[in-house]
Write a new protein. Structure first.
Length: 367
């Protein structure tokens, strides 16, 4: 009996030790996984050469430079007007510059995410075309469609792939050829939009930098106010849809303006409060470049001076999914390692959100 008791005790002791070791290993593993952040290690961008000015638009529709600047804040926008070139052309230019700046080899790229509403084709994805053009042999790729909020969604999606510990280099691109869906006889929408692309490289780090948090939202009630009437499965292309100009962007501006102001302001304030950020500790806000009055309203709600808000709408207009990364591409020189940055956007759907980033490097990467 004594021998059996000793054996039983030894067996239980061994089981207990194994149990403890296993759970300590799991806890340590989880702890290590929690320390993986997705840091932005570089930026690339591209805008087409052709510049469409307000003076030129005033010759197309009944408007003026003064009205456009006063109501929207746009002076000019870049347009991809070469025949046979689409969104993938601009995305390739931006991603190629990004890879050069970050000294990244094509074989090392694990994933490409392209946020766009103006894909080259209904299928295949623009991301797959981009992989072929860049010679990416080991990457998988997909498009993401959340219109003007698309790059926010791509940031959080890419960050989660990095946080999984399985991926080391991810390219996220925001690219749109908005001129392909704008009716240049519609004075309400044609002054607003431009074309462009920009890209971030995401990589893992165990330091306290990178994409730290996000709040992303969607509400389908926005469908009637901002959409393209035809071209999808509900209303396929036909002579009727073409003749009635149903393949252009439709927007009810006042309604969209109202929702954009409240949604971007509320979500930006919410993510700041959630992460203990104040007007003193926030270094920069990067808002979607849709309307300068929306941008000013967001800054006012957050009690931030406009010199903490990155704004380039005057020169690019609304490039949809490209506005946020194009802002960073433009103002990269201003950024310092450790800067607290809030990205925020609003788009069709409605979609909106905010992403909190702790910036990971000083200044601009070498071209």
């Amino acid at each position: 009996m004594v021998i059996l008791s000793c054996i039983s005790f030894s067996f239980l002791y061994i089981c207990a030790r194994c149990f403890l070791r296993y759970h300590i290993f799991v806890i340590l593993k989880i702890d290590l996984m929690d320390k993986i952040n997705a840091v932005i290690t570089g930026v690339g961008g591209y805008v087409p050469d052709y510049v469409l000015t307000n003076d030129e638009i005033s010759k197309m529709v009944d408007t003026t430079d003064e009205w456009i600047m006063g109501r929207i804040g746009i002076k000019e926008r870049h347009i991809l007007n070469e025949e046979g070139l689409g969104t993938s052309y601009m995305a390739r230019k931006a991603a190629k510059q990004l890879m050069q700046r970050t000294k990244s080899h094509p074989d090392d790229i694990d994933l490409v995410i392209v946020a766009t509403t103006t894909s080259d084709y209904r299928f295949p994805s623009t991301a797959s075309i981009l992989c072929e053009r860049l010679g990416l042999k080991n990457a998988f790729a997909f498009d993401m469609q959340a219109v003007c909020s698309g790059f926010l969604y791509a940031m959080e999606t890419g960050a989660n792939f990095i946080r999984s510990g399985r991926y080391k280099k991810i390219i996220i691109v925001g690219a749109d050829k908005m001129s392909s869906m704008v009716n240049y006889t519609d004075r309400a929408t044609c002054p607003i939009f431009g074309d462009g692309a920009a890209a971030f490289m995401l990589e893992p780090t165990t330091e306290d930098y990178g994409i730290m948090d996000s709040i992303l939202r969607t509400d389908g009630k926005g469908l009637p106010f901002l959409h393209m009437k035809a071209g999808g499965s509900v209303c396929p292309p036909s002579y009727f849809t073409v003749d009635n100009k149903m393949h252009y962007l439709h927007q009810e501006g006042r309604t969209v303006f109202k929702y954009a102001v409240s949604s971007m302001s509320d979500v930006s304030a919410a993510i700041a409060e959630k992460n203990g950020l104040t007007k003193d500790t926030i270094n920069w806000v990067v808002p979607h470049q849709a309307n300068v009055r929306i941008i000013e309203a967001v800054a006012h709600r957050m009690e931030l001076p406009m010199d903490k808000v990155l704004v380039n709408i005057e020169h690019y207009g609304n490039t949809s999914a490209a506005t946020l990364p194009l802002c960073i591409w433009d103002f990269e020189d201003k950024l310092k390692k450790g800067d607290n940055i809030i990205f925020t956007a609003f788009g069709a759907g409605f979609t909106w959100g905010a992403v909190y980033v702790k910036w990971g490097y000083d200044g601009k990467k070498e071209s």
